[in-house]
Design a protein around this ligand. Structure first.
Ligand SMILES: [Zn+2]
Length: 507
C-alpha cells in the first residue's frame, strides 16, 4: 500500500514524534462477564506486544490518573455518574428502574470495578489531552479509551462514559478547533451528538451503515445550526478493503484538514473494522487500518490516538501494536516475539494476517458518489472559525494549581463554566433526533433547536460570561427523565486533587 503523505506538508512523515503512552496495568483485569465480546484483556495483550517488540523504550509510558467525578461530570449528568459510582453486581437487583433509565444491564453490564474502569480509561484520554495541550508530546496514545457510544446520561454499545468527549473538551481549552476522526466500524454517535451544533469540533466518522448498530450516521446528517457541515458521515457497506477505504479516507481527510485547520486531532482507532472481527463485517488489513494513523500523523498536528471497538482480540493487539509503531515512526517486525500471550498468535505467529476473500459490496461507482457528495459538503465549509481566547481555562489534573489560593478560586469559577459545557453539550441528542426525523421537524422544534444551538455556542466560548454562569446554576446537569429517587446516601465524597500521571517502569 502506498504510504501516502498529504498535500499540505511534505517530508513531515519521516521525522520523529514525541509519544506519550497511557497504560494502567490493572486495566486487563476488568471483566464484562462470560460471553461478552468486549474484553479489556486486549489492552494487556497489546501492552505485552509493545513490551516485547521493545517499543516502550521509545516513548513516555504513563499510568493514567483516574478521572474524578467532577471530571466525568464535565460531560455526563451528575445523577448518571453517581449511579455508575454506586452500582455493584450485588446491589443491581434493587435498582431495576435506574438500570433501565441509564441503559445499564445488557450490552453494558454491571461488573466488579465498573466505576474504576471508567475512571481509568477516561483518565488516560483526558491525561493525553493535557499532555498535548502542554506540548509535552506530539502524539498521545490511550488504547483503553475511544468509547464513542456513551451519552450524557446513558450507557450504550459497551460504553459507559465518553472519554473522547471529555478529552476533546480538555483540548478545546487550548485549541480553537479540534478534529475528531472515527475509523471504528460503528458510527461515532456519542461524540457526534455532543458536538453537533458547534463549529469548534468537526466530527468525521467512517462506518458500516444500514441495519447495523447504532443505526445513525447517514451521509445526510451534517450538523446543525452553527455546526452545519461540521459533522461528516461516511456510510460504507460490507467487505470494504484497504484500497476502497483509502480511496475515500485520504481525499476526504485532506480536504477536512485544508478547510477546517484543526489545532489538534483525535483519532478513534476502533479495531472492529479489521477483517475477521467477531462483530464486524469489513475486510481491512492491519496495514490498511494503520494507514489512517500514518496519514493523520503526516499533518504534524497534535494527535490523540484512542482505541475503541475490536472483538477478535488477537487482531486488536496486532493492530494497536503496529499503530503504536507507526506513531513512533518504527516499522515493527512481522514475526511476533516470544511472550506470555504468544499462543494467541498461532499458527503463523505473525503480526500481519491476510484479509479474507469476502465480497466487497462497495462498488467503485458507489464510492465515487459518496466521495463527491462529501467533498461537495466540505466545499460549503468556507473557512475555519476562530475563537478569541481572553482567559484560557486551567488544565485538569494540575495539583500545583491548588497550592495557590487565587488559582483555587479561579478553578472553582471555571468549574461552573465547565458544568455549562455539560448541560449544553447534552442537548443535541434530542435536537438531532427531532431534526433528522422529518415527521417531528415542525416549526416549534426548529425554534427550540435554534435556542439550544445558541446555548451550546456560548458554552464553548472559552471566556465565561456572568449570564452563562447563572444559566448553569439554574439548570445544573441532570438527566431529562423526571422520575427522581431521592437517595440520602448519595452525597459526593470529597475528591483529592489528582497528581500528574506517574511515570511507569518500562517492564
Ligand atoms: Zn465498534
Amino acid at each position: 500500500m502506498e504510504s501516502g503523505g498529504n498535500s499540505l506538508l511534505s517530508g513531515a512523515d519521516g521525522s520523529k514524534r514525541k509519544v506519550c503512552y497511557f497504560y494502567d496495568p490493572e486495566v486487563g483485569n476488568y471483566y464484562y462477564g462470560q460471553g461478552h465480546p468486549m474484553k479489556p484483556h486486549r489492552m494487556r495483550m497489546t501492552h505485552a506486544l509493545l513490551t516485547h517488540y521493545g517499543l516502550l523504550q521509545n516513548m513516555h509510558v504513563l499510568k493514567p490518573n483516574p478521572a474524578r467525578e467532577k471530571d466525568l461530570c464535565r460531560f455526563h449528568a451528575d445523577d448518571y455518574v453517581s449511579f455508575l459510582r454506586r452500582i455493584t453486581p450485588e446491589t443491581q437487583q434493587d435498582q431495576l428502574r435506574q438500570l433501565k433509565r441509564f441503559n445499564v444491564g445488557e450490552d453494558c453490564p454491571v461488573f466488579d470495578g465498573l466505576y474504576s474502569f471508567c475512571q481509568t480509561y477516561a483518565g488516560g484520554s483526558i491525561g493525553g489531552a493535557v499532555k498535548l495541550n502542554h506540548g509535552h508530546c506530539d502524539i498521545a496514545i490511550n488504547w483503553a479509551g475511544g468509547l464513542h457510544h456513551a451519552k450524557k446520561c446513558e450507557a450504550s454499545g459497551f460504553c459507559y462514559v465518553n472519554d473522547i468527549v471529555l478529552a476533546i473538551l480538555e483540548l478545546l481549552k487550548t485549541h480553537e478547533r479540534v478534529l475528531y476522526v472515527d475509523i471504528d466500524i460503528h458510527h461515532g454517535d456519542g461524540v457526534e451528538e455532543a458536538f453537533y451544533v458547534t463549529d469548534r469540533v468537526m466530527t468525521v466518522s467512517f462506518h458500516k451503515f444500514g441495519d447495523y448498530f447504532p443505526g445513525t450516521g447517514d451521509i445526510r446528517d451534517l450538523g446543525y445550526g452553527k455546526g452545519k457541515y461540521y459533522a461528516l458521515n461516511v456510510p460504507l457497506d460490507d467487505g470494504i478493503d484497504d484500497e476502497s477505504y483509502q480511496s475515500l479516507f485520504k481525499p476526504v481527510m485532506s480536504k477536512v484538514m485544508e478547510v477546517f485547520r484543526p489545532g489538534a486531532v483525535v483519532l478513534q482507532c476502533g479495531a472492529d473494522s479489521l477483517s475477521g472481527d467477531r462483530l464486524g463485517c469489513f475486510n481491512l488489513s492491519v496495514k490498511g487500518h494503520a494507514e489512517c494513523v500514518r496519514f493523520m500523523r503526516s499533518f504534524d498536528v497534535p494527535l490523540l490516538l484512542l482505541g475503541g471497538g475490536g472483538y477478535t482480540i488477537r487482531n486488536v493487539a496486532r493492530c494497536w501494536c503496529y499503530e503504536t509503531g507507526v506513531a513512533l515512526g518504527i516499522e515493527v517486525d512481522d514475526k511476533v516475539p516470544q511472550h506470555e500471550y504468544i499462543e494467541y498468535f498461532g499458527p503463523d505467529y505473525t503480526l500481519h494476517v491476510s484479509p479474507s476473500n469476502m465480497e466487497n459490496k462497495n462498488s467503485r461507482e458507489l464510492l465515487e458518489v459518496i466521495r463527491a457528495e462529501l467533498l461537495r459538503n466540505l466545499s460549503k465549509l468556507q473557512h475555519a472559525p476562530s475563537v478569541q481566547f481572553h482567559d484560557r481555562p486551567p488544565d485538569t489534573q494540575l495539583p500545583e494549581v491548588d497550592e495557590d489560593e487565587e488559582d483555587k478560586d479561579e478553578r472553582k469559577y471555571h468549574d461552573s463554566d465547565v458544568n455549562v459545557d455539560c448541560e449544553r453539550n447534552s442537548s443535541p441528542s434530542r435536537v438531532k433526533m427531532e431534526f433528522v426525523e422529518p415527521a417531528t421537524n415542525n416549526k416549534k422544534d426548529e425554534e427550540a433547536v435554534d435556542e439550544l444551538a445558541m446555548k451550546i455556542e456560548s458554552t464553548l466560548e472559552p471566556t465565561t460570561s456572568k449570564g452563562s454562569m447563572a444559566a448553569a446554576e439554574e439548570d445544573g446537569p441532570r438527566c431529562v427523565e423526571p422520575e427522581k429517587e431521592k437517595d440520602p446516601s448519595a452525597e459526593i465524597n470529597p475528591q483529592p486533587p489528582l497528581d500528574e500521571p506517574t511515570e511507569m517502569d518500562h517492564h
